[in-house]
Ligand binder design. Sequence first.
Ligand code: DGL
Length: 284
Amino acid sequence: MSAVTPPAKGPIGVFDSGYGGLTILRSLVEQLPSYDFCYLGDSARSPYGNRSFDAVYTYTLEAVQWFFKQGCPLVILACNTASAKALRTIQQKDLQKIAPANRVLGVIRPTTEVIGQYSQTGKVGILATEGTVQSQSYPIEIAKFFPSLEVTQEACPMWVPLIENNEQDSEGADYFVQKHLNAIFSKSPQIDLLLLACTHYPLLRTKIEKYIPAGVKLLSQGDIVASSLVDYLNRHPEIASRCTRQGNLQFHTTDNRLDFDRHAAHFFGSPISSKEAQLGDSCC
Ligand code: DGL
């Protein structure tokens, strides 16, 4: 009789197209300090925001397979674009074939479960990448939890390239921030809550705050996703018991690691040291 291999134990995987997921990882580490985390940024292929459905799905699946090879029992897609375009197919089709005991979660569902609590006017604005907006994931998911909430979306395709190129404090950033805020408030002037529905956007928070009308709240996702993960681990001891807990953090990038380390520190809030990872045919 052949022995049954026990499911792997390892760190929780956290994935983004580049640096943005580090804003989520920061909150995860704050709320779950004893857990081990393994971060991967696909910086070589970032940004994902204006790529096709197929490209985002293929890249995200390659990343998920890479995490499973590292022994991660649970992967968080800390990227709205990947959550919008790839998560459902991976959960419903691929997981069963590649690692049925493992789990992959995203950032859209936890956000839409609570977003209605933050608005008084019942009118919320979603600032996101082109891909997230086109997927309609936010309006569809919000309607399940807060059916009377009026949702207005605005795609901000220049924001991620500005941030990835360290231009978030430049005059160019002022121009593009104002442009998209003007656009969303002219579509729906009574919005009182703006969701930063891209994990890169917290880096533009100071600029955004400069141009929003008084009384409008800005919501970012880090704390929401972290609280939701705490709850998930409490409800799923079979997964929690496979997540190792020594407080270790590892960082990986698909691009040059020195460039990644220099830039990533802004997002994570403290210095990091990454390793290079290869995705695709050469990895799995
Ligand atoms: N940070 C990602 C998100 O939350 C994606 C940015 C991009 O690669 O365009 O959508």
